[in-house]
Ligand binder design. Structure first.
Ligand SMILES: Nc1ncnc2c1ncn2[C@@H]1O[C@H](COP(=O)(O)OP(=O)(O)OP(=O)(O)O)[C@@H](O)[C@H]1O
Ligand SMILES: [Mg+2]
Length: 372
């Protein structure tokens, strides 16, 4: 079974009382992979991690480690280590003893404990801190000790539940890069939980986007960002303007799309995902992909759609100008455009008629949200 993936979840479901918390969770983690579970609060990330670690049992479905069903195997026999957001360090122990704790329980020889702890502390850049009390450390240093304690036992899989959640933004960004570098160097697979899409984008080999106990999409950071499948993913990964749309028909390599029951246009078939066969869709476009054009200016060259709009508000955010635009007369949908273009920094009067140009390739056609 050596070619089995490191970890596999097959059809995992979990309820707490009447509340269905997870359903139909299928995922795999490769050896040495950095996989992130991303989603809003309450979507089931921690529960999934606890099921992998063995702190919680699934109601149905399987957890396989290296191809072996681990149902009934207690957490400490799983070759998996978990780092929680609130790392429980022992305040009356030194940094060294905090890291050595698990090795002492396993009764490793003293010389090996010394060597391994020293190596782990060096890896998290706390080589000189071995004799310190953990109460005399900053949040970032404590998080590093928690990490050293996790990697010193050399598990093949490390589960991390919002491990940087308690740190301020600057330290968080630094630690993201460090964690990623340590993961690469050790070749340990990480399953990393966060609700921060920037963090997920920066660190992961693959991202699984969770929503209400289900997997919305699995893919590389670039795939989930540039090719979201659903409006939830499009909006959660960055932000998106979402309009209702309908695929009217496909002919001669073109898909005829109607937007908000107001405007129709043709999109080359290759720009529309093949899975979409018709009916109701969502059309999404990211704010930075909307080109706002004043009436006296020439249209974008190339393949794009132009929609008439009215400028309703302009917000200057330093580098970036945000423009709020009202599309269409009947439904008056508001969309937001973000521009770094100097042309947009000189404010125009609210109510100015403009054109909204969107390149075909920047149009995201998505599955609509499920009803109910
Ligand atoms: N032991 C439990 N008993 C009852 N309900 C629970 C239990 N653990 C979790 N839940 C519920 O299950 C749902 C998913 O919880 P979970 O902790 O997995 O979410 P999460 O994605 O980790 O959220 P967060 O980002 O806030 O940590 C929530 O609605 C939560 O209230
Ligand atoms: Mg959680």
């Amino acid at each position: 079974m050596s070619d089995a993936p490191l970890l596999e979840l097959i059809g995992v479901a979990k309820s707490f009382g009447a509340a269905k918390v997870l359903s139909g969770i299928n995922l795999t983690v490769g050896h040495g992979e950095f996989l992130t579970l991303l989603g809003p609060s309450g979507c089931g990330k921690t529960t999934t991690l606890r099921i992998i670690a063995g702190f919680e049992r699934p109601d149905s479905g399987k957890v396989l480690l290296r191809g072996r069903d681990v149902a009934g195997l207690p957490p400490y026999k799983r070759d998996v280590h978990t780092v929680f957001q609130h790392y429980a360090l022992f305040p009356h122990y030194s940094v060294f003893e905090n890291v050595a704790f698990g090795l002492r329980i396993r009764r490793l020889p003293e010389a090996e404990i010394q060597a391994r702890v020293t190596e782990a502390l060096a890896l998290v850049k706390l080589a000189g801190f071995a004799d310190r009390r953990t109460t005399a450390l900053s949040g970032g240093q404590m998080q590093r000790i928690a990490l050293a304690r996790a990697i010193v036992g050399r598990p093949s899989l490390l589960l991390l539940d919002e491990p940087l959640g308690a740190l301020d933004l600057k330290l968080r960004r630094d630690m993201q890069l460090e964690l990623k570098a340590i993961q690469r160097r050790l070749g340990i697979a990480f399953v990393y939980v966060t609700h921060d899409q920037d963090e997920a984008m920066a660190m992961s080999d693959r991202i699984i986007v969770f929503h209400q106990g289900r997997i919305e999409q699995t893919g590389t950071p670039a795939e989930v960002y540039h090719r979201p499948r659903t409006s939830f993913v499009a909006d959660f990964m960055g932000s998106a303007n979402i309009l209702s749309a309908r695929l009217l028909r496909s002919y001669e390599g073109c898909a005829r799309i109607r937007v908000e029951d107001e405007v129709e246009f043709d999109l080359p078939r290759e720009e529309a995902p093949p899975a979409l066969h018709g009916g109701e869709l969502c059309l999404a476009v990211r704010p930075e992909r909307i080109h706002v054009r004043y009436e006296e200016e020439l249209p974008l060259r190339g393949d794009c759609v132009s929609l008439p709009a009215v400028l309703t508000d302009t917000v200057n955010l330093g580098d970036e100008t945000q423009m709020f635009l009202s599309l269409f007369k009947k439904s008056a949908k508001t969309v937001v455009a973000a521009s770094m273009d100097a042309r947009h920094q000189t404010e125009r009067q609210d109510g100015t008629p403009v054109w909204v140009d969107i390149r075909w390739k920047d149009i995201l056609l998505l599955e609509p949200p499920p009803v109910g």
